[in-house]
Design a protein around this ligand. Structure first.
Ligand code: FE2
Ligand code: FE2
Length: 245
C-alpha cells in the first residue's frame, strides 16, 4: 500500500491549512436565506461531527492486518478535518442564529450503517455520503449571497475532494484483491446504496438544492458523475477536476 505514503503527506500538508472563519458579530444571511437553509445546514453540520472512535478502531485493526504504518495516522488527520468542518458550520450557524440539531433520523441511519462493520464497509458508507456532499456544498454555496457561507463551502469542498480521492483509491485497492465475482457484487451493492442515498438526500434538502440550481435530474446526474470519476475514471485527479469546477 505504497500509495498511502502519498496520502499521509497530503493530510499532513492539509492540516497546516486548517482554516478558521473570522468571528464576526453578525452573520450575513438575510431572513429569507436563513429560513431557506437552516434545517438543511443543521442536518449537514450534525453529519460532519464525529469523535471518530469507531472509524479509528476499525482502521487500527485493518492496519494490523495489512501491516501498514500510515493508515492510522491518516485516519486521525482525516477525522480532525471532519471535525473542523463541523466547527466551521457550527460557527456560521451561531453567527446567524441557526440552532444546531441534536439528532436527525438520516444521520442516525448513516451512523448505524457504519457501526461495527469493519474498515472497508465503514469507508464505503462514508464515501457514499461524501460524494453526494460534493454536489450538496456546491448547491449550498450558490443558494444564498452569503460570502461567509461561500468561503466555508469552498474550504469544505477542497477538503472533501481529497477525502473522496483518497477513499476511492483505498477502496479500489481493497476491491482489486477480491475474486472477480465478489468484487462485482460489492460494486453493485455500493451502486444500490448510492442510488438510494441520492434520493434520500434530494428529498431532505430539495429547497436548498433547487435554490442552488439542482432539480432532481441535475442533482442525480452530478452525483453519478462524481461517483464515476471516483471509481471508473482512469485518471486519479478527475474527482478534483469536477469538484473544483
Ligand atoms: Fe466533511
Ligand atoms: Fe469528508
Amino acid at each position: 500500500m505504497e500509495f498511502l505514503k502519498r496520502w499521509h503527506a497530503h493530510f499532513i500538508a492539509n492540516s497546516s491549512r486548517r482554516w478558521g472563519i473570522m468571528i464576526e458579530e453578525r452573520g450575513d444571511l438575510t431572513d429569507v436565506e436563513k429560513r431557506l437553509i437552516e434545517k438543511s445546514i443543521a442536518t449537514f453540520q450534525l453529519g460532519e461531527y464525529s469523535e471518530g472512535k469507531g472509524l479509528l478502531r476499525a482502521a487500527e485493526i485493518f492496519a494490523r492486518q495489512v501491516d501498514n504504518e500510515e493508515l492510522v495516522k491518516i485516519t486521525r488527520l482525516f477525522i480532525a478535518e471532519e471535525q473542523n468542518h463541523a466547527m466551521l458550520l457550527q460557527r456560521f450557524m451561531a453567527m446567524n442564529s441557526i440552532r444546531p440539531l441534536k439528532k436527525h433520523w438520516a444521520d442516525s441511519v448513516f451512523r448505524g450503517l457504519r457501526k461495527g462493520v469493519g474498515f472497508e464497509l465503514s469507508v464505503t458508507v462514508l464515501i457514499t455520503a461524501e460524494i453526494i456532499s460534493l454536489v450538496y456544498y456546491k448547491a449550498l454555496s450558490a443558494s444564498t449571497n452569503s460570502r461567509q457561507l461561500q468561503a466555508i463551502c469552498g474550504k469544505i469542498l477542497s477538503d472533501e475532494t481529497g477525502h473522496v480521492e483518497y477513499e476511492s483509491e483505498l477502496l479500489k485497492y481493497i476491491r482489486n484483491k477480491k475474486p472477480r465475482l465478489q468484487k462485482r457484487v460489492v460494486e453493485i451493492l455500493h451502486g444500490i446504496l448510492f442510488s438510494g442515498t441520492v434520493i434520500v438526500v434530494y428529498h431532505g434538502h430539495r429547497k436548498v438544492l433547487i435554490a442552488g440550481g439542482y432539480d432532481f435530474n441535475r442533482f442525480r446526474q452530478a452525483c453519478w458523475a462524481e461517483f464515476s470519476s471516483c471509481f471508473y475514471s482512469k485518471s486519479p485527479s478527475q474527482a478534483t477536476v469536477s469538484a473544483c469546477r
